[in-house]
Design a protein around this ligand. Structure first.
Ligand SMILES: [Zn+2]
Ligand SMILES: [Zn+2]
Length: 378
């Protein structure tokens, strides 16, 4: 067994306040006064101090319809441009990573949920933003998320042993509702191009050659898009965002304050228009494929195309993410757990000692194999 001494530059994790660092303004426990938080396992508002719990009623069909309703894109841009006061929201910025966190309606911890830097809550300010219409409640409670986190770390090759102690602490992981946009749109594309029909023929040396006969074509395709998901913030690093696909959006609910209790809510930094630009880019491959199908033949050339995008609709939703951040040595690392599915992805340090020992072991084995292979008379 390889034992790995604690590297001299390894520092233990900062004591990061957990999910209920400040007394709840929203939901004090009726029996003991402690802060209550949403408990995914029981769909209840629960008190960790005394065990008191209030089960939340399921949303009414009206509320559910409201959560799933697509909003008109151009109308929302107009409201933003008109700076309607109904869009005002109190937010606090993280000075260190730039995350923008919602201060209203629930409690924000005294540290940033993404980078664990202290938040200056007295420097909150007002932003005019579109408010989320729905959220996916957390399905994984803190204990389950912590387990996923610890298992992930435990299964990393070449991780320093001290890392496992670092993340086994119960306060290493924080629940954040991250802002997302979903877009629907109708597209109509006219194109000009060429259809190729390939045939094979034998040349005078008996070789089979493939030739393509091209003919001019033009036409139009209509491609509808539904629920293209675009993340509204750069807070989750792109290389970790792989686990943040594949949401079951049928479970969207109105963002009741009870569901937010105990979690951080991030406010978008990539706005409605910026999000749509990304969504629009993602439509291109599907439109190209539709044109190719429409052209038919064995080969296709698209010479010219023009797309009109119409009836753009969107939803602004919050999706549940557990973020673990830890410091190891001088460096900060992040781990992301999908709060609905439990999928996990993260950054991790490598143990130089373990890697060196493994390299040494391989070198010894290679040397042995070489010696055995070159035995005189062998
Ligand atoms: Zn209580
Ligand atoms: Zn931060």
């Amino acid at each position: 067994m390889v034992t790995d001494p604690l590297p001299t530059d390894a520092t233990p994790l900062d004591p990061i306040p957990a999910r209920t660092p400040t007394p709840s303004r929203g939901f004090p426990c009726p029996s003991c006064g402690a802060a209550m938080a949403y408990d995914p396992a029981r769909s209840a508002l629960a008190c960790a101090a005394c065990g008191h719990a209030r089960v939340l009623p399921p949303p009414t069909s009206d509320e559910q319809a409201q959560a799933l309703r697509e909003q008109d894109y151009l109308e929302a841009l107009r409201r933003l441009a008109a700076r309607e006061p109904s869009l005002d929201l109190r937010v606090v910025d993280c000075r260190s990573c730039g995350a923008q966190l919602q201060l209203e309606g629930h409690v924000v911890g005294s540290r940033c949920a993404f980078c664990a830097s202290p938040l200056l809550l007295d420097q909150a300010h007002t932003e005019r933003v579109l408010k989320p219409q729905a959220l996916l409640p957390f399905a994984l409670d803190p204990g389950a998320a912590q387990k996923v986190f610890a298992q992930w770390v435990g299964s990393r090759w070449f991780a320093p042993n001290a890392l496992k102690q670092t993340v086994s602490r119960a306060d290493g992981i924080r629940g954040v509702y991250v802002p997302w946009w979903t877009y629907d749109a109708q597209t109509a594309t006219t194109y000009r191009g060429e259809r190729g029909e390939s045939r094979t023929e034998e040349d005078n040396q008996g070789r089979i050659r493939r030739t393509v006969d091209w003919s001019f074509v033009s036409g139009a395709v209509a491609v509808p898009f539904d629920d293209i998901l675009v993340v509204g913030s750069p807070s989750v690093p792109e290389h970790l965002a792989r686990v943040l696909d594949g949401w079951d959006l049928r479970r969207l609910r109105p963002p009741a304050p009870e569901l937010l209790a105990g979690f951080t809510v991030e406010v978008y930094r990539h706005g409605l228009e910026q999000g749509f630009t990304q969504a629009r880019e993602r439509m291109e491959p599907a439109i190209t494929a539709a044109i190719r199908r429409d052209i038919g033949g064995s080969d296709q050339r698209i010479l010219e195309r023009q797309t009109v995008v119409d009836d753009i609709r969107f939803k602004h939703v919050l999706l549940p993410v557990w973020i673990g951040s830890y410091r190891f040595g001088a460096k900060a690392y992040q781990v992301v757990v999908n709060g609905q599915s439990g999928e996990v992805e993260g950054d991790r340090p490598y143990s130089a000692v373990k890697i060196a020992l493994a390299v040494l072991l391989v070198a010894v084995l290679l040397a042995l194999a070489w010696l055995l292979g070159n035995r005189p008379g062998g």
